[in-house]
Design a protein around this ligand. Structure first.
Ligand SMILES: [Ca+2]
Ligand SMILES: [Ca+2]
Ligand SMILES: [Ca+2]
Ligand SMILES: [Ca+2]
Length: 479
């Protein structure tokens, strides 16, 4: 468990040595922090030198300075960063253990350099490599050519959850040379873009909205994404290399984007912030992996899971093929249900296709329980990484009743065979008034009910080897 505490010298840059040393990896390290978090990527164009070894300590120093400043602005909150476990690390600051991944981008710098498309291209390429997890915002230090020397970064607003749009990108080529000083425009820009990425000041706003956003009235362009009332606000549209954290504030007067009273999104509620005012630092337990399961009928998939433990449970986050099942611009996605059905215009489960389904519990302080995922082959069952069936969870199709016949010995109920895509039909269950009357082997597809027992409503269900029961046939009522 990590202990978060306000540094005594908050607001002053303290050099941090990154514990990874020269270690570089382009895949994320195992998570050690429970909660929605910010992951850092250093990404360089394929024809640009990798400067990460020279920048690593500076990135960690800047992040530590940002966190210290943030906590000074609001002692009840601090940004939650993705940390990793590094052995034999002597650095006392937890920011020495930031999980920073190093990615050589697939394209040459010329393809990233246009200001209008840099963020899209960089994030698309990182998403294709597996970044952009729904529980993470991604802070990218982009190193490569960039054609707007006055734009040091961009944070994407419009989405409060993490995921494939949850990016803040720093354009190192346009920033001044003070990366890693913990002061000056680079660290301030990182803070500014991260706050945007936590969805600060997304347009449009309800009316009334934030009172101080830039507009024609302030003598500037119609820039509703920033406050214009004071250059000391961290979200002021422009900065200078001489700016310092000690003179910057998080939402002057607390009326525009942080801790305000308005009806629009408040960054202070972001679950990417650790609640230092909460006594609940424990992650939920469960849901138990063994009982996370899915089944399907035709093209409707039902995904279900057992209850998680731990106090203050907010609900469950559900993922389909690596994306949140639902997203919203003004709510973090959770459901209190323990089952969802998938199959509409948005997601069409096709028979035999594999879907990856995941679930994890989240509590009111933003602590996340373990992520449990299964791979489900529609119409078949749960499969392993190679696609091999490990648990048949899907019942056979429903058999169809045929015309029954009156014989000398009784009434013969007849049905057509059912199909089980992943396995085999093992038997049929003849039911009277929805209760089992007899189970017969799969080779049998008729049964003669003696006249004295024939009164009632009759249905048939198929059973597969895993004992899954099909839906009922249409019914036959004998009076
Ligand atoms: Ca990680
Ligand atoms: Ca304000
Ligand atoms: Ca908890
Ligand atoms: Ca089956």
């Amino acid at each position: 468990m990590l202990i978060w505490s306000a540094p005594a010298n908050a607001g002053v840059a303290v050099p941090v040595t990154w514990c990874g040393g020269s270690e570089q990896t382009n895949v994320e390290r195992a998570d050690v922090v429970n909660g929605l978090q910010i992951h850092i990527v250093y990404a360089y164009a394929s024809d640009t030198p990798n400067r990460f070894p020279a920048l690593a300590n500076g990135i960690a120093t800047d992040i530590a300075a940002i966190a210290a400043w943030f906590q000074l602005q609001d002692p009840t909150r601090v940004l939650r960063f993705d940390l990793a476990e590094f052995l034999n690390c002597a650095e006392p600051s937890i920011y020495g253990t930031l999980d920073i991944t190093v990615v050589q981008l697939p394209r040459a710098g010329a393809e990233y350099q246009a200001n209008a498309t840099t963020v899209t291209r960089v994030s698309d390429d990182l998403n294709a490599m597996g970044y952009g997890h729904p529980d993470k915002k991604t802070l990218v230090y982009y190193d490569g050519p960039f054609d707007n020397p006055t734009n040091c970064g961009k944070g994407v607003t419009g989405q409060i959850d993490g995921g494939k749009n949850g990016y803040a990108v720093i354009f190192l080529a346009a920033c001044s040379a003070n990366v890693g000083t913990g002061i000056g425009d680079v660290a301030l820009t990182v803070a500014h873009e991260l706050i945007h990425a936590l969805n600060a000041l997304p347009v449009p706003f309800p009316s009334p909205g934030p009172p101080n956003v830039c507009g024609v009235s302030q003598g500037g362009a119609e820039d509703l994404g920033h406050p214009c009332d004071s250059a000391t606000d961290i979200m002021f549209p422009t900065g200078s290399p001489a700016d310092k954290f000690s003179t910057q504030v998080l939402d002057l007067n607390r009326d525009d984007y942080y801790g305000h009273q308005g009806a629009w999104w408040d960054v202070r509620n972001s679950l990417f912030l650790i609640r230092l005012d909460s006594t609940d630092a424990a992650a939920p337990t469960g849901p138990a992996a063994k009982r996370v399961t899915a089944t399907s009928v035709k093209r409707i998939v039902t995904f279900k899971w057992p209850k998680a433990g731990g106090g203050g449970l907010l609900g469950y986050r559900v993922y389909t093929n690596g994306n949140l099942f639902q997203t919203s611009n003004d709510k973090f996605y959770t459901t209190k249900k323990r089952k969802i059905t998938i199959g509409d215009k948005r997601i069409v489960p096709r028979p035999k296709r594999i879907m990856e389904l995941g679930v994890r519990a989240i509590d009111k302080s933003g602590n996340l329980g373990p992520l449990e995922t299964i791979r489900f082959r529609v119409g078949v069952g749960i499969v392993n990484a190679k696609g091999k069936l490990i648990k048949d969870t899907v019942p056979p199709s429903s058999p169809k009743l045929k015309q029954s016949q009156v014989l000398a010995s009784g009434i013969q109920i007849r049905w057509n065979k059912a199909v089980d895509i992943g396995g085999k039909v093992k038997s049929y269950r003849l039911e009277r008034n929805k209760r089992s009357f007899i189970v017969v082997p799969a080779s049998t597809r008729s049964f003669i009910v003696p006249f004295d027992k024939a009164r009632g409503t009759w249905t048939v269900r198929a059973i597969d080897k895993a004992k899954n029961l099909s839906p009922r046939t249409q019914s036959l009522t004998i009076k």
